[in-house]
Design a binder for this molecule. Structure first.
Ligand code: ADP
Ligand code: MG
Length: 277
């Protein structure tokens, strides 16, 4: 059994009498524990809808979503599912519930009746995991966007989830903030947390172990970053190759050779150095 299973999932938003928007169409998908998935696609392709189906915020119009074997359709599972799958959203300013950072992180565990001692441990560990321990008594409003997103991740970690879903959580950050969040996601993934990073930034997609591309509510591609970047289908899905991949292609046109598709600066530099030698 996979940690996440979607079986023939469709989702429609009722817009008005007799008219609805089909956001997802017959999506079937399995994601195993420990995967680092980038979920990509242009605006309106259905990424956020899929994310909200994963933690039971939405229930499929058709089909079924199972998280660790629990169907999101059954109300009795909602609480467990929300604990298992934590979500961080796009806007760093909309996610804080308390003024002081440690109170904000404690909010989730307090709400589900965790013992005082255990809350303190969880908050300590979550702050540590996102590198924000020295900020614990600070006011959230004074933080940078990247720091706020790190606190939002800590809030999710305090619930001890199995799945971390980032819905365009870096899109309002500068390159440094973006990298910090991705480094944290990679570290958490190494520790066993399954990560789903929703993005249309292909540089971010390149660090995932698997890239799933949505197009008009359907899965258009599903493979390793190299497979997806080599497909020639990315543009048709409204996405652009990462700069390193584009540069390597331009260099190939003038005689450079690389082993397969270049997805990192390191591969690019190695390829160039081989030729220059
Ligand atoms: P993405 O996150 O990839 O940008 P969404 O999942 O937000 O895509 O949207 C998928 C489709 O559903 C789009 O056509 C969008 O306009 C529509 N949609 C999203 N939210 C709503 C809503 N609350 N009501 C009606 N239509 C919606
Ligand atoms: Mg979205």
């Amino acid at each position: 059994m996979s940690l996440i299973e979607l079986k023939g999932v469709s989702y429609s938003y009722p817009v008005k009498e007799g008219y609805n928007v089909k956001a997802l169409r017959n999506v079937s998908l399995a994601i195993d524990k420990g995967e680092f998935v980038a979920l990509a696609g242009m605006n309106g392709s259905g990424k956020s809808t899929l994310a909200k189906l994963l933690n039971g915020l939405y229930i499929p119009t058709d089909g079924e979503v199972l998280i660790d074997g629990l169907s999101t359709e059954d109300d009795a599972n909602t609480f467990e599912i929300r604990k298992k799958a934590g979500m961080v959203f796009q806007n760093p300013d909309n996610q804080m519930v308390a003024t002081i950072i440690e109170d904000d992180i404690a909010f989730g565990p307090e709400n589900i009746g965790i013992e005082r001692e255990d809350i303190i441990r969880r908050v300590d560990e979550a702050l540590e995991a996102v590198g924000m321990s020295e900020f614990r008594r600070r006011t959230a409003s004074k933080l940078s966007g990247g720091q706020k997103q790190r606190v939002a991740i800590a809030g999710v970690l305090a619930m001890e989830p199995q799945i971390l879903i980032l819905d365009e959580s870096t899109s309002m950050l500068d390159p440094n903030g973006r990298k910090e969040i991705m480094d944290i996601a990679l570290k958490l993934n190494k520790q066993g947390i399954t990560v789903i990073n929703i993005t249309h930034n292909m540089e971010e997609a390149a660090i995932a172990s698997r890239v799933i591309v949505l197009r008009k509510g359907r899965i258009a591609m599903d493979g390793t970053p190299k497979e997806v970047f080599a497909s020639g289908q990315l543009e048709a899905c409204g996405l652009t190759l990462p700069p390193v991949t584009q540069l390597s292609r331009a260099l190939m046109d003038v005689g450079f050779e690389f082993d397969g598709v270049v997805t990192s600066e390191q591969e690019l530099v190695e390829g160039i150095c081989r030729v220059l030698k």
